[in-house]
Design a protein around this ligand. Structure first.
Ligand SMILES: Nc1nc2c(ncn2[C@@H]2O[C@H](COP(=O)(O)OP(=O)(O)OP(=O)(O)O)[C@@H](O)[C@H]2O)c(=O)[nH]1
Length: 419
């Protein structure tokens, strides 16, 4: 099958320590025949040594190196596997100290999230936080895998109780019931992971893998406004192209067509789209998600970091903004503090005007505070040294988020989602 026909699903996993995340991922890799022979032999050997009469898949994800991105060390390992129809990338986010940072990083690129719950423990504090972050980052689909069903004798009531508790959360969130799927599983024994389960005839729904295979992933955003941040100005030096000046980047949000009147931000100069190129082909129209090069009818000044938008769909351009902040650094965020705010490739200075409150991740509201500590989530108002051109996060993921950088150490301290 050609790769063009394949679906790609990015999945984030979340669970607290020992809920069985590694085992679940290992089991998925095993059942889809994605484990290397070496790895499988190591798992067999190790399981035998421990005297198990089953395979201990928690070893499958061991030894995956932590990755580094944008100067922040993140302990998120990306694991790849595929079926005939779909390529999967799973972000495995460990649940230790800087868990908010890991979860935000994992969820920010994912279209589905698997939240693991230990059937013996039910919904716990960490579950709230996981679900809250998925809700905040607008991850399209959530799968609640109630794991270790074997340890509660595959009892339907235990599963139903957890489902009921969780459904109360869904009602307070932005999710509809259709976006959240409950599946009772045993990652260790493989029940309802890639196949069914003869231990839980009371469950009529799909296995985890079947559910993932059937997911409709819709990457279009609620806002259909086109946003084209310029990554690169193309100025070929050869004589034949001496008047060619293209702007390369990725289109987000909405379509852009030849003839559209566009405004260049931050200069607010206007022009019209003359051509849209993808490699050496020309198109009349580009759809969101495409990486393209655009030329304009007029010789306007455009540099890296500028954004082209349709003139009738301008984003907000303001020096003040309110955002939900996830604090990912041990240095607390306080009223009056100054940061470098990075929005796309652009940086401005930002001062914390006020902290509206510390948000409760069980959706029960917020409380007053004068600082946000590591892993806290809060609502914060900022004043900027110059305007940025943004959309609310709920209308544009690409143009509605930012990071805060400490001026002294250059560490990322916070991730922000504009309200
Ligand atoms: N009985 C039973 N044990 C399970 C199941 N899933 C995982 N376990 C066990 O639970 C323990 C923890 O599993 P892991 O997969 O390492 O858990 P984790 O969530 O990845 O834990 P961290 O790596 O610490 O975050 C291991 O001993 C697993 O064998 C299950 O479905 N049933």
């Amino acid at each position: 099958m050609s790769t063009e026909n394949r679906k790609l699903i990015n999945i984030a996993t979340a669970g607290s320590v020992d809920d069985g995340k590694s085992t679940l991922i290992g089991r998925l890799l095993y059942d889809t025949k994605s484990l290397t022979t070496d790895k499988l032999e190591a798992i067999e050997r190790n399981s035998k040594q421990k005297g198990f009469d089953y395979l201990d898949f928690s070893l499958a994800t061991d030894g995956l190196v932590a990755e580094r991105e944008q100067g922040i060390t993140i302990d998120v390992a990306h694991i790849y596997f595929n079926t005939d129809k779909t390529n999967y990338i799973i972000a495995d986010t460990p649940g230790h100290v800087e868990y908010t940072r890991n979860m935000v990083t994992g969820a920010s690129t994912s279209s589905a999230a698997i939240i693991l719950i230990d059937a013996r423990k039910g919904v716990i504090e960490q579950t709230y936080r996981h679900f809250f972050i998925n809700n905040l980052l607008r991850v399209g689909h959530v799968i609640v895998a109630v794991n270790k069903m074997d340890l509660v004798d595959y009892d339907q009531q235990a599963y139903e109780d957890i489902k009921k508790d969780f459904e109360a959360l869904i009602e307070k969130s932005n999710y509809t019931k259709d976006q959240v799927r409950f599946i009772p599983v045993s990652a260790l024994h493989g029940d309802n992971i890639a196949g069914g389960s003869d231990k839980m005839d009371w469950y009529q729904g799909p296995s985890l893998l079947d559910y993932l295979e059937g997911l409709e992933i819709d990457e279009s955003e609620d806002n259909s406004a086109a946003r084209f941040p310029v990554q690169y100005v193309v100025r070929p030096k050869t004589d034949a192209h001496h008047d060619f000046r293209g702007f390369a980047g990725k289109l987000y949000g909405g379509k852009l067509a030849v003839g559209d009147e566009v405004t260049v931000l931050p200069s607010f100069t206007t022009s019209k789209v003359k051509s849209i190129n993808f490699f050496d082909q020309e198109f009349d129209e580009a759809i969101p998600g495409s990486s393209i090069t655009i030329t304009l009818e007029d010789e306007v000044n455009v540099s890296r970091g500028d954004m082209l938008v349709k003139s009738n769909e301008l984003p907000k351009s303001e020096k003040q903004l309110s955002a939900t902040i996830c604090q990912v650094n041990s240095k607390p965020l306080r009223t009056g503090a100054k940061y470098i705010l990075q929005h796309g490739v652009n940086q401005v200075l930002a001062k914390v005007d006020s902290i509206e409150g510390l948000v409760h991740t069980d959706f029960s509201g917020s409380e007053g505070t004068d600082e946000l500590k590591l892993n806290d989530i809060g609502k914060v108002n900022f004043r900027l040294s110059k305007p940025i051109h943004f959309d609310p996060y709920q209308e544009s993921k690409s143009n509605g988020s930012f990071i805060l950088i400490d001026e002294g150490s250059y560490d990322t301290t916070s991730v922000g989602f504009i309200q």
